[in-house]
Ligand binder design. Structure first.
Ligand code: ATP
Length: 225
């Protein structure tokens, strides 16, 4: 079993997230990519977000007809702040000894990993697949890896189902890999902004998600002056 975990606020989930999950799943022959919406979203500026149950439901709708994509309510159901380390520990209890866990992180999120709770342990328990994001560069150069992480990982080239690839590996054999995605320039904050101005988001999210947003009247607060 090769399981990918894709964490985020998904406020709301959009086509950039879905394309990312599909490309990573295919590239690394993952059996499943499970979206894990966080319970308590990190502090952020801009438009207010939707409640955790709404974000979870929108992901459910988005992955319903997409084989190999799933959703977990583990972080929404867990009280308090959502930490990836707790989620990874949980999923490891569901896997067998030969199974592999992959954390999928956009480059913007990965660059902050040195500040995450128990990040050293996290990187000893799961592989990390860092994905490109429009506006954040096309590759993962060594100098972009946070210094604290660099100390624990070495560059290496390897072969996995096809061409030689490169990545970083620690002494436990856990890897940090980089996947250049097809650019899909969508962000949840831009979607919230459009909705706040009463504009359409058709084509930016799956139609089921668009309907849900409309039915539940989400993100409809007018823009701040
Ligand atoms: P916001 O605009 O509110 O910051 P977001 O669109 O970045 O939201 P998140 O839920 O924060 O959505 O993202 C979850 C993960 O998906 C992050 O790792 C992020 O880098 C990645 N991601 C988000 N949008 C894209 C995109 N358009 N292409 C590739 N990756 C993306």
């Amino acid at each position: 079993m090769r399981l990918g975990l894709f964490g985020g606020t998904f406020d709301p989930v959009h086509l950039g997230h879905l394309r990312s999950a599909e490309e990573v799943k295919e590239e690394y022959a993952l059996d499943e990519v499970s979206f894990v919406p966080c319970g308590v979203p990190p502090h952020r500026s801009g438009r207010p977000g939707a409640a955790p149950q709404h974000r979870l439901e929108m992901v459910r709708l988005a992955v319903a007809d997409r084989p190999g994509l799933g959703v977990s309510d583990i972080e929404v159901a867990r009280p308090g702040a959502s930490y990836s380390i707790d989620t990874v520990r949980h999923f490891l209890t569901t896997l067998g000894p030969g199974d592999d866990l992959f954390l999928i992180l956009g480059l913007d999120a990965f660059l902050l990993i040195g500040s995450w709770k128990d990040w050293r342990e996290l990187l000893s328990l799961a592989h990390v697949i860092v994905t490109s994001r429009p506006g954040f560069g096309d590759e993962l150069p060594y100098e972009k890896i946070p210094v604290v992480v660099r100390e624990a990982f070495c560059y290496h080239a390897f072969r996995f189902e096809g061409p030689v690839r490169s990545g970083f590996r620690n002494e436990l054999g856990k890897e940090i890999l980089f996947k250049r995605l097809t650019d899909v320039s969508v962000s949840a904050s831009a979607i919230r902004e459009l909705l706040g101005k009463g504009k359409s988001i058709r084509g930016l999210v799956p139609s089921e998600v668009q309907r849900y947003v409309e039915d539940q009247n989400l993100y409809n607060e007018p823009p701040e002056s």
